[in-house]
Structures are given as structure tokens and as C-alpha cells.
Design a protein around this ligand. Structure first.
Ligand code: ADP
Ligand code: MG
Length: 279
């Protein structure tokens, strides 16, 4: 559904006269593809190029070199711009910047309304979207009164109401407390498992990626690791070299293994560790 071919993106800084002062290669020759219905997590420390890559997936940015296609539509092709934006919705870090309605249901209905969907259909979509993110009981509330996790779920419902095939979430839990984070991740998994929506989750919380189908790890604009969570988390030392914190349980298992305890690499959950230790 999404594919990048030799994607490179440069931010060009200019002085007041318009002379080039500096160039940052934020994405550097990236080749990735995402299949329909996949749950992809993108990891990488600050400045590794995750947001820049993500913005190419719904044509918020265009390649300096290479190509990006969404359902075989080239994002550079202006004729497809709105089809692409409709297919791939985006959720950002700060829910306060994404909510515009005075009432939850109104906010969720905003996207489909702008798309020219008939009123009756809008309400049906609002109902269904709020249900999916488990926010129906707040439909008449003012977004101001909600917690961060609830606001973020309202933002997700708003994107969902546009019936996208893919939702890109750029650190949607970065500003949330642990409970809000859990709520948002649960909603993301439900969208993927129940609705079959392709999810791309950017995060630096390792615990949030263990359920992904595949993980991309970025460093200095490049994809440096790619694989199933188990494969990625078997490479503890490489992850640490990339300044990424591996899940505590994985780290504990890795340390025990180094000290001679017979354990497989890539243990991701406490249950798995307990199970392996019992054997
Ligand atoms: P991440 O999301 O992984 O933190 P970004 O994609 O935001 O990484 O940034 C990648 C690189 O591009 C960084 O070096 C960052 O400083 C630079 N960058 C990001 N946005 C801009 C911008 N608007 N103008 C110039 N440089 C930018
Ligand atoms: Mg970012």
C-alpha cells in the first residue's frame, strides 16, 4: 500500500537573501514498503528522520529524490493529492492542536463534513468512530474537559470518520501519562485488528511496538534495522548502540542469558520470561 524508492529528503536552510546556508539530509535513500493491513512501528531517537519519513506517506512532504507511492499513486502527482490524503490520515503528538470542535461529536464529524459527505452518513460515521475508540459516552462533552488520552482518541475518531485505509501516528502517546498511552495503543490495535486499517506508529516507547507486525528502526535518516519485534529485540546491543532503550523484560532476559541462564533471545513480555524460566 505504501512504498518508497530511494527516498531522500533534504531540508534546505536559507539566509535572508535566500542563499543556501545549510542542508540537512533528514531521510537518506530509504526503501521500504508497507502492506495493506500491516501494523508497522517506527523507532529511532530524536532527529533520526521518523517524522520526515511519515510526512511523505500522506503527501505533506515530497521527495527531494526518489519516489513515494500510496496505492500505486505517486505522491508528487498533484491530481492524486486528495485521494492520497483521504487514504492516509495522520495523528500528531499534541492532541490540543488537532481538536477544533467545541463538542466531541462535532469535532469527529468535521473531516467527513469537509469531504462533502451527506449529513445522515456523517452521523453514522461519528457513531461508529466514537465506538471504535471507546469514547461514545463523551460525545456531548467539551474536548477541553477530557484527559490527554481521551483527547487523542477523539483525534483518532476524527481521522477514522474519514474512512482512511491507513493511519499514521507520529508519537501519539508522547505527551500522555501511562494510562492515556495504554488507551491510545489499545485503540490503535483495535483499528488494525478489527477494522483492518494499516497502522504506522512512530514511538520511542519500546513497550508499544511489541505487538507490531514489523518494526523499522531509523538512524541518521536511514532504515538501519527492519524485522519482526522478536527479531529486532534479539539485537539488544545494536539497539543500545543506537541509543534506544530496550524493554525492561527483554533486557533482563538478555542479562540473564549472558550470565548463563538458558533463555532464548527476544523475550518481549513478562509472561514469556516467566514461562521460559519455569521450563
Ligand atoms: P524525528 O521525527 O526522528 O525526531 P525529524 O524527521 O523531525 O526526526 O528530523 C530529522 C532531521 O531533520 C533532524 O536533523 C532535524 O533537525 C531536521 N529537521 C526536521 N524538521 C526540519 C525543518 N522544518 N527544517 C529544517 N530541518 C528540519
Ligand atoms: Mg518526530
Amino acid at each position: 500500500m505504501l512504498r518508497t524508492k530511494n527516498l531522500t529528503f533534504e531540508y534546505i536552510r536559507r539566509d535572508e537573501e535566500g542563499n543556501v546556508e545549510g542542508i540537512t539530509t533528514a531521510v537518506d535513500d530509504v526503501n521500504v514498503s508497507v502492506n495493506r493491513g500491516e501494523f508497522i512501528a517506527i523507532l529511532g531517537h530524536n532527529g533520526s528522520g521518523k517524522s520526515t519519513l511519515a510526512k511523505h506517506f500522506n503527501a505533506l512532504l515530497y521527495p527531494t529524490e526518489g519516489t513515494v507511492t500510496v496505492d500505486d499513486m505517486d505522491t508528487k502527482d498533484a491530481a492524486h493529492l486528495w485521494d492520497i490524503r483521504r487514504e492516509a490520515g495522520m495523528i500528531f503528538q499534541n492532541p490540543d492542536n488537532q481538536i477544533i470542535g467545541q463538542i466531541v461529536e462535532e469535532d469527529v464529524g468535521f473531516g467527513p463534513e469537509n469531504m462533502g459527505i451527506p449529513t445522515e452518513e456523517i452521523w453514522a460515521r461519528v457513531d461508529e468512530s466514537l465506538q471504535t475508540v471507546n469514547m461514545t459516552e463523551y460525545r456531548k462533552s467539551s474536548p477541553n474537559r477530557l484527559s490527554g488520552g481521551q483527547k487523542q482518541r477523539v483525534s483518532i475518531a476524527g481521522v477514522l470518520a474519514m474512512h482512511p485505509k491507513c493511519i499514521i501516528m507520529d508519537e501519539p502517546t508522547a505527551m500522555l501519562d501511562p494510562r492515556g498511552r495504554a488507551e491510545v495503543i489499545r485503540a490503535a490495535r483495535a483499528l488494525n485488528e478489527v477494522e483492518g486499517i494499516t497502522i504506522i506508529l512512530i514511538t520511542h516507547y519500546m513497550e508499544e511496538v511489541i505487538h507490531a507486525d514489523r518494526v523499522f528502526v531509523m538512524d541518521k535518516g536511514k532504515i538501519v534495522m527492519q524485522g519482526k519485534p522478536k527479531e529486532i529485540f534479539s539485537r539488544v546491543e545494536e539497539l543500545q548502540d543506537l541509543r534506544l532503550a530496550v524493554p525492561q523484560v527483554t533486557l533482563l532476559a538478555h542479562e540473564l542469558r549472558k550470565r548463563g541462564v538458558a533463555l532464548p533471545e527476544g523475550i518481549l513480555t513478562r509472561e514469556e520470561l516467566v514461562e521460559c524460566l519455569r521450563r
